[in-house]
Design a protein around this ligand. Structure first.
Ligand SMILES: Cc1cc2nc3c(=O)[nH]c(=O)nc-3n(C[C@H](O)[C@H](O)[C@H](O)COP(=O)(O)OP(=O)(O)OC[C@H]3O[C@@H](n4cnc5c(N)ncnc54)[C@H](O)[C@@H]3O)c2cc1C
Length: 462
């Protein structure tokens, strides 16, 4: 029995679980202009998507929602030029954007479809390919961060019960200590708001998380992410996402147009400093080296990979997937090179009385598997479902008993995914021979086991 079912039953029998606030939407405080049912702190990709999704939820149509964002309301100006900040959105989350009406604004502007993902180990001859020959499904969609926010905001503005305030930095929070108390939000300009549910979508340095006082497991990687917009010298059928696992970290190309891709290169701090100092021409040369350079090989690894390949062929399990090679980079979009520190973080609790954390405020992963914002979208879908059901059965939106369903469901999924990404990162950051042998043979075996590959892609697509 889920907590909501228990809650429903308890409400029917009038037990202590019935925690609907006596002063919710129809009560005294609800009439005050400073009271909202839900306040969302932070209007990045996740905060905006949550506001839009809750605004479109019929079950919550009588709830007042306020989104507070510290930066100004940036206008998206359509242009052929691509921003250097893009994300890879999986098909499950494209569906969410479609359901809230945001995808059509992305579709009418620009995005790229990834039909195939090819991951290559730089120090052995092994690789793994997802998509195309093995499955007709799209792998993911590459969208500019700014366009995604613009698309969601365009729909959010249609929602009658959602109010957005930009240029509003939150200074402090006073969170409920007892069930039934409200969260108080104090802004830098001196104004104050109260709400039944405060949702922290305020990113990796979340102030909401700090105010909750939850444990936060985190560390910085000795890796920095360099992004840039790259151009080829010819038009190609650019629907492949490439990733080469170098000993210093992965280098990846995400398709944008027939002659442009977006670079996400995670490398050591020292190497990133060198890369950022290079001229554009030297940087392009370094990217081509990252994609093509032949690293020192391990004789034993090559021998074992060859023997394993012969064994697979003898057992009649040849890989039907033909290996392709990444395009040669010709030039760099001027001014598109930028670097970002990378880290890991996970809050041991996503909820407390009257508060929930969503997106990077709750979890932060290495971008090597393009999962960061996708995990956040998963949180949005789950919290939307849990709040709709909670309201339907008469629970207060901040009821920790109902919110617990959100925490359990999301932690189960997010922790599994974060461990997988972290494992992959660590597996490829070592050049110890036994590890290189195990990962090379593992990659080789997985590449020919289509049901396993399909399972992996299904799991990452939800
Ligand atoms: C190089 C790189 C590449 C990436 N590639 C991918 C990818 O391909 N796929 C993917 O899924 N993920 C990717 N990610 C991760 C993704 O960018 C993040 O997961 C995502 O941006 C998190 O969104 P968010 O809305 O939770 O947080 P944020 O984007 O950090 O937004 C937080 C918002 O809160 C606001 N805010 C903060 N404090 C306050 C305050 N006190 N008052 C008011 N407002 C406040 C901020 O202004 C901001 O707008 C990548 C990350 C990096 C660094």
């Amino acid at each position: 029995m889920t907590r909501l079912a228990i809650c429903k039953q308890a409400i029917a029998t009038n037990t202590k679980f019935f925690t609907k606030r006596s002063f919710s939407s129809s009560g005294l405080e609800a009439n005050s202009s400073k009271y909202y049912d839900i306040v969302i702190a932070g209007g990045g990709m996740i905060g905006c998507s949550l506001a839009c999704t809750l605004g479109a939820n019929q079950k919550l149509s009588n709830k007042r929602i306020l989104l507070l964002e510290s930066s100004k309301n940036k206008q998206y100006i359509p242009s052929e030029k691509y921003s250097n900040r893009v994300v890879s959105i999986n098909p499950g989350n494209k569906k969410l954007l479609d359901n809230i009406g945001a995808w059509k604004h992305i579709e009418s502007n620009k995005y790229a479809t990834v039909k195939r993902l090819q991951v290559m180990d730089a120090i052995s001859d092994t690789s793994i390919t997802f998509g195309e020959e093995t499955s007709s499904k799209d792998i993911s969609y590459i969208v500019e961060n700014d366009l995604l926010i613009h698309a969601v905001k365009t729909e959010m503005e249609q929602a009658k019960n959602v109010e957005v305030q930009y240029n509003q930095r939150i200074k402090s929070y006073n969170l409920p200590k007892e069930s039934g108390e409200m969260a108080k939000i104090c802004l830098e300009d001196g104004s104050e708001y109260t709400c039944d549910l405060l949702v922290g979508c305020d990113g990796q340095n979340s102030q909401v998380r700090k105010a909750m006082g939850v444990n936060y497991l985190n560390w910085k990687y000795d890796n920095v992410g360099i992004v840039a917009t790259l151009k080829f010298n010819e038009e190609i059928d650019n629907c492949i996402a490439w990733q080469r696992l170098l000993p210093t970290g992965p280098i990846a190309l995400l398709p944008l147009t027939s002659n442009m891709s977006s670079l996400v290169w995670s490398t050591t701090i020292a190497h990133s400093q060198q890369l950022m100092k290079l001229s554009d021409e030297q940087f392009v040369q370094a990217v081509n080296e990252g994609l093509w350079k032949v690293y020192e090989r391990y004789g034993i690894v090559d021998q074992l990979v060859k023997s394993f390949d012969s064994f697979l062929r003898a057992a009649n399990i040849p890989a039907d997937v033909c290996r392709r090679y990444p395009p040669k980079i010709q030039s760099l979009e001027e001014g598109s090179r930028a670097s970002f520190p990378l880290g890991f973080g996970h809050a041991t609790n996503y909820i407390s009385k009257g508060v929930a954390l969503v997106g990077d405020a709750a979890h932060r992963v290495h971008p090597l598997a393009g999962q960061g914002v996708n995990l956040g979208f998963g949180d949005v879908q789950c919290l939307n479902k849990v709040l709709g059901e909670a309201h339907y059965v008469g629970c207060s939106l901040g009821n920790v008993f109902c919110l617990k369903d959100y925490e359990s469901e999301r932690q189960k999924y997010n922790v599994k995914m974060m461990i997988a990404v972290e494992g992959l990162y660590r597996l490829y950051r070592t050049d110890s021979t036994p590890v290189v042998i195990v990962r090379s043979l593992g990659l080789q075996a997985t590449d020919v086991l289509f049901p396993i590959k399909n399972m992996i892609i299904e799991e990452a697509s939800t």
